[in-house]
Design a protein around this ligand. Sequence first.
Ligand SMILES: [Cu+2]
Length: 281
Amino acid sequence: MKRTRFALVSLLSAVALALAVESVAAQPSTTAELINELNLKLLYVAVPITLLVEVILLYTVLKFRNNDSPKPTRENRRLEITWTIATAIILLFVGVASYGVLANPDVTYLEEPGAEAGPSEGDVVVRAEAFQWGWEMSYPRENVTSGTNIVLPQGQDVYIQVTSRDVIHAFHVPEMGLKMDAFPGKVQTIKTTPLETGEYQGYCAEYCGVAHSQMYFTVEVVPQDQYQQWLQEQRQSQQGGGDGGNESAGGNGNQSADGNESGGNASASVNAPPALLALAN
Ligand SMILES: [Cu+2]
């Protein structure tokens, strides 16, 4: 009996330790930070439970391996109350920790009026429009399009409005913890704050036809001043065309070849051959 109680006490201590865990190493975005911290916390709870179960299992198998006439366990109210309470505490911790992350606007952003303040003056609004088979990224506030490349300033609140032109796609940037379905005729918003500069790979995460696997895009996080400079360059190079008429915003199979300084962008949108297009229709 003492042994069991000892095991339960160590389990509870491990859970308490998990609560005190310091934050994970630098994360690409606030969203990734929230998700990865929760993952680590849950791991701190799950590992001791797994070990406890495995140890009891091994002990039982070894100890009773030659026991042909086992005696049934007698009722032990104390033990039953202890493990009920321990389980309740663990589940409560998991529930509260998960809900805290799920309800955070950087993980689940709700656009209900009054529920959550929308993008303010200095925030970045990006529109990510998916189509068969590629992406058209644009900055509606700046009247700028950027092909399949998104450039974001570090440390600034970002709102990505995900939508689709045709079928259901999904916007997914695993490293930054961003994922959202892209529905035709519906705009769903992701809110996040990029924390680390760098280039992050994104892709379509909803099977949408023959060239689905080529629906790549990149998210480039740069310092604020570099972002402003990039924006300025885009505005200047796209001035002539105005809304929608510029060279990087063609309809089907656009190439986004507007030699911007982010160069080496290997993920140009898909130029689907006519045969593939015919297949899909
Ligand atoms: Cu797709």
